[in-house]
Design a protein around this ligand. Sequence first.
Ligand code: BV8
Length: 232
Amino acid sequence: MPDSRGLVILTGAGISAESGLETFRSSDGLWAQHRIEDVCTPQALMQNPQLVHGFYDARRAALATVESNPAHHALARLDAAWTGDLLIVTQNVDDLHERAGAQRMLHMHGQLNSTLCAHCGDQSPWRGDMPVGAQCRACGAPALRPDIVFFGEIPYDMDRIETALSQADLFVSIGTSGAVYPAAGFVRMARAYGAQALELNLEPSEGSAWFDECRHGPASLLVPAWVDELLA
Ligand code: BV8
């Protein structure tokens, strides 16, 4: 009898660390080099658009030089083989899950390879640097911005996420510090609906106490082993 449990898998910067992308809160992480207020808020975009566009241009350029790692590939393999409901909710703005083949997924904090028109709300694919005041192809306004959910902005797909959490039998959190809401609260929501909760992370996170089980180590080792276990 195939396992038909509903899975929700939350991923954070830690799943992409071994691909060579920087995380946020390690000692030399992204936020160590830039104050959040300076690059990831609507106010920052208003006051210093060049700095904000430059920050995301640099990360978009770095993304083009790295590859998905065994953790991304293991989740894509699980997505393809799992007969029950499955949703990968990533906080990451990289495309490494997609490049590994994941299908049933969403980016709750936006994507580097996408642009958002601040005037009409159109979202379109974007590669390369994004100049300040670039013209929207849908409405023509010079109002394109990085398609990133800044602090103080509402994450994408919250209804879809909450529905999935309410139906999940197993919630798995991979490579996230549990520092940012509403993502950091998903484990509590899933458990309130009766799900089991598993954390796979390099070290204990701010939310570890909410999990039934925590496994500590690099995602490239923990995630393939967990997927093998699940599909056995
Ligand atoms: C909102 C943009 C309203 C893209 C990001 C006070 C209390 C509670 C909440 C708040 C508060 N004050 C303000 C808030 C709200 C605020 C918030 O949570 N602030 C925090 C700082 C307290 N949140 C918001 O503003 C959000 N919006 O609340 O709107 C609302 C909400 C719901 C419904 C209606 C209205 C918007 C937040 C989104 C901000 N944008 N990113 C980008 O630039 O990338 S946040 C950014 O940091 C990431 O996207 C991610 O979400 C977040 C956390 O980062 P992580 O992915 O966890 O990375 P981190 O470096 O922190 O941790 C990495 C982990 O990996 C570590 O644990 C490490 O040990 C592990 N690791 C490292 N290497 C490995 C590894 N694990 C395994 N293997 C390895 N090799």
